[in-house]
Ligand binder design. Structure first.
Ligand SMILES: Nc1nc(=O)c2c([nH]1)NC[C@@H]1CN(c3ccc(C(=O)N[C@@H](CCC(=O)O)C(=O)O)cc3)C=[N+]21
Length: 284
């Protein structure tokens, strides 16, 4: 059996087109959605990601601004920029690219963003809303993973989902979204003694570790849905995920590639969140 490859690029374009239509309607009402992206420091990978985010906004009729600051920017100056964007009526979403240079406290920075503009869904308030089943902005990566799973047409109800990784940005919110969709959820992490014992039971595996070949074919139940959140490089410098794609595709039922899986969906869901934030602002 060979897995169906889930095309994240194609799905992201469908979602982005929908966002563009709805953004145009808001713009016609004088409420064009706007995203501000802040990058501190010169990490080349981060620079590529933020440029792609801003470019995606421009291509789909959203207003966007990119603010780039030197790596030694003072925390007070960053907080002041966030305060100014909080007060800017043309901006509905604020994203501060992570990771931040060491001297900047990410928690303090995230909490400075107005809750209604927290399009990353990283704030304590947004996390609490997700935990409590309240409406709110959902973290883009796990939100995108849910859309990828939904695109298979397989119902999550009563299924066993295993999440590998417990980060605040992916693993934990992913587990909560799966739980909300009525899956039975297991969270595995670096302290799990035998990962394969859990993943072999799983109808859905979401791998969000940041280490190549974390999930191999022998660890996968035949027919399972496998979502690969990893972003790694192999010896040749080629982008690859946490899943051993070549072997797992012979066992899984559905599998996301890297690149072309979760990454493009993260950007699409960021646009969805910005649209949602703009819509909420227009209704106030
Ligand atoms: N505040 C904040 N919010 C984020 O959402 C955030 C962040 N910080 N820091 C870094 C991570 C990473 N991230 C990605 C987004 C898109 C791709 C993406 O589009 N990847 C393409 C490949 C791009 C390439 O070729 O490098 C793909 O997988 O097909 C990847 C990674 C968002 N992040």
């Amino acid at each position: 059996m060979t897995a169906q490859i889930i095309d994240g690029t194609a799905l992201s374009h469908q979602i982005r087109s929908q966002v563009a239509r709805e953004a145009a309607a808001l713009t016609a009402q004088g409420a064009q959605p706007g995203l501000a992206v802040i990058l501190v420091g010169e990490d080349p990978a981060s620079a590529v990601y933020v440029r792609n985010k801003v470019k995606a906004c421009r291509e789909h009729g959203l207003h966007s601004v990119l603010e780039q600051y030197p790596a030694d920017m003072a925390e007070a100056d960053l907080l002041a920029r966030i305060a100014a964007l909080n007060a800017d009526p043309a901006i509905h979403g604020i994203l501060v690219q992570m990771p931040l240079p060491k001297h900047l406290d990410p928690h303090k920075v995230i909490e400075a963003i107005a809750t209604e503009k927290d399009v990353d869904g990283f704030s304590v308030q947004s996390a609490g809303e997700l935990m409590s089943g309240l409406p709110g902005l959902r973290p883009a990566t796990p939100f995108g993973c849910m859309k990828l799973i939904e695109s298979t047409g397989v119902s999550l109800k009563g299924k066993h989902a295993v999440v590998i990784g417990r980060s605040n940005t992916v693993g934990k919110p992913m587990a909560l979204l799966l739980l909300q969709a009525n899956a039975t959820v297991t969270i595995c992490h670096s302290g799990t003694p035998d990962l394969a014992v859990h993943t072999r039971q799983a109808d859905i595996v979401v791998a969000a570790v940041g280490r190549r070949n974390t999930l191999t074919a022998d660890m996968v139940k035949p027919g399972a849905i496998v979502i690969d959140v990893g972003i790694n490089r192999n010896e040749q410098g080629k982008l690859c995920g946490d899943v051993d794609f070549a072997s797992v595709k012979e066992v899984a039922g559905h599998l996301t590639p890297v690149p072309g899986g979760v990454g493009p969906m993260t950007i699409a869901m960021l646009l969805v969140n910005t649209l949602e934030a703009a819509r909420a602002a227009a209704a106030r």
